[in-house]
Design a protein. Structure first.
Length: 188
C-alpha cells in the first residue's frame, strides 16, 4: 500500500492530477477518481447519518459499513488490489434479511422523507447508487473485481430498508407517494 499522508497540502494536485495508492498519477476527472470520490462522499453522508438518534444495532452496522467503504476506497485507489472482502457483502445480506423481516410489506411507493434520520438514509441510498454507477463505468474501462459493485448495490438496498426502520423508530411510518391514478383506481 502507498504511503500514508503526513501532510495534506502537498500542492502536487495543482496540475489537475492526483496520486493513487500505487504512486501513479491520474487526471482528477478519471473514472477511477470519480468512483473513489463517490465512495468517499457516501462515507461522509453515513457519518452525518450517525449524528442522529438510532437503535444501537443500526449504529454499529453503519460504523462497520464506514470501515468497509474505506476499504473499498482503498481498493479503488490501488489498481488490482483487494481490500474489500466477500465477508463484508455477507454482513450486508444478513442485515438486509434481519431488518426487512421486521418491516411491513410495501403496498405503495414511498417518498424519501419522514424523520431526519430516515431522510439522511435516503440520501445515503442515492449516493450509493451513484457510486455504484461510477464503479460500473470504471469496470467497463478497466478490470475490477465484482465485490465493489455488488457491495454498493446491496448497500443501497440496505439504506432503503434502514430508512424505513428509522421512520418507525418512535412509532412513525413511511411517507407514501400519493398518485392520482392509484387513488382513482382504488376508489373505483
Amino acid at each position: 500500500m502507498g504511503k500514508r499522508l503526513t501532510q495534506i497540502a502537498t500542492r502536487t494536485g495543482d496540475d489537475g492530477t492526483t496520486g493513487l495508492g500505487d504512486n501513479t498519477r491520474v487526471p482528477k476527472d478519471s473514472l477511477r477518481v470519480q468512483a473513489m470520490g463517490d465512495v468517499d462522499e457516501l462515507n461522509s453522508h453515513i457519518g452525518l447519518l450517525l449524528c442522529e438518534p438510532m437503535p444501537p444495532e443500526v449504529r454499529d452496522l453503519l460504523v462497520e459499513i464506514q470501515h468497509q467503504l474505506f476499504n473499498l476506497g482503498g481498493e479503488l485507489s490501488i489498481p488490482g488490489f483487494e481490500l474489500l472482502k466477500a465477508e463484508a457483502l455477507a454482513v450486508l445480506d444478513d442485515a438486509l434479511e434481519a431488518h426487512n423481516a421486521k418491516l411491513p410489506r410495501l403496498q405503495e411507493f414511498i417518498l424519501p422523507a419522514g424523520t431526519r434520520a430516515a431522510s439522511q438514509a435516503h440520501v445515503c441510498r442515492t449516493v450509493a447508487r451513484r457510486a455504484e454507477r461510477a464503479v460500473v463505468a470504471l469496470g467497463r474501462a478497466e478490470t475490477l473485481r465484482d465485490t465493489p459493485r455488488r457491495y454498493l448495490n446491496r448497500l443501497s438496498d440496505l439504506m432503503f430498508v434502514l430508512a424505513r426502520v428509522l421512520n418507525r423508530m418512535d412509532g412513525g411510518d413511511d411517507v407514501y407517494w400519493k398518485s392520482k391514478k392509484l387513488d382513482e383506481a382504488q376508489s373505483s
